[in-house]
Design a protein around this ligand. Structure first.
Ligand SMILES: CC(C)(COP(=O)(O)OP(=O)(O)OC[C@H]1O[C@@H](n2cnc3c(N)ncnc32)[C@H](O)[C@@H]1OP(=O)(O)O)[C@@H](O)C(=O)NCCC(=O)NCCS
Ligand SMILES: [Zn+2]
Length: 210
């Protein structure tokens, strides 16, 4: 059985004391963010990852060793990795999500922006048949964001990220499962996992961690 835990939090749940559990790399990234919302999103993502793993391993959150090395440039802005577990972190608007599994996983959430230039972004990221289907939707910003989060979840599961041409990611890639998640009516969210069978998804609130 393929299982995945999906943890959701809101930036209003952030407390300054969470900074105490960050490693030096995370502290530096946290400090470098200028906007308070970006700081809060990053800090909450780090905190959820650390506290979920700390709970599993019965260790202090600060002692969890995380690797964020980017395979392209070596800077610590890549997919977060830890020994013996697969992780994916996402943030948008108020929401922060973390997926945890024993199989490669990608999680993506995006706040739906009604003012989005749908045509502009769709041309760069959707295949011809998707563009055609999109044109038939009433709420095109929502429909586009659903496509986008599904595609982002896929490229986050493989670790390729936006280096991949999203126009070529259509439907469900072989060997993967892609599931749309309901978190908040103002957001789209999707989970992709390398698995031959649909996963059992356990949705968890960070309330129990903080
Ligand atoms: C990963 C990526 C798709 C995230 O997109 P986004 O919608 O802006 O942001 P999200 O909030 O959903 O995800 C951010 C998280 O993705 C994770 N991430 C970063 N690179 C990733 C990758 N290649 N694959 C999977 N996850 C990745 C990180 O954990 C990050 O969280 P953090 O703030 O704790 O570091 C995008 O940033 C990307 O493609 N980056 C790598 C591509 C690239 O340009 N590489 C070369 C850089 S030198
Ligand atoms: Zn890089």
């Amino acid at each position: 059985m393929t299982e995945v835990e999906v943890w959701w939090g809101r930036i209003g749940q952030v407390r300054a004391e969470f900074i105490g559990d960050l490693d030096p790399v995370e502290r530096q990234r946290h400090q470098a963010y200028v906007q308070p919302q970006d700081k809060a999103r990053f800090l909450l993502g780090c905190t959820i990852v650390r506290r979920v793993l700390a709970r599993r391993l019965a260790l202090p959150a600060a002692s969890i060793s995380l690797d964020r090395t980017c395979p392209d440039c070596g800077k610590p802005h890549g997919k977060v990795r830890a020994d013996g577990v697969e992780l994916s972190v996402t943030h948008s608007g108020d929401l922060v999500g973390v997926a945890v599994s024993d199989r490669p996983v990608g999680l993506d959430v995006e706040k739906i922006d009604p003012a989005l230039d749908v045509d502009g972004v769709a041309r760069l990221s959707l295949a011809e048949e998707e563009l055609e289907a999109l044109s038939r939707h009433d709420d095109r910003a929502r429909a586009f964001t659903t496509y986008w989060t599904r595609k982002e979840a896929v490229v986050k599961a493989t670790g390729a990220g936006l280096r991949e041409d999203l126009r070529t990611i259509t439907g469900v890639p072989t060997g993967m499962q892609v599931i749309e998640l309901t978190v908040d009516p103002g957001y789209s969210a999707a989970l992709a996992i390398v698995s031959p069978e649909p996963p059992v998804i356990r949705s968890r609130s960070v309330q129990v961690l903080i």
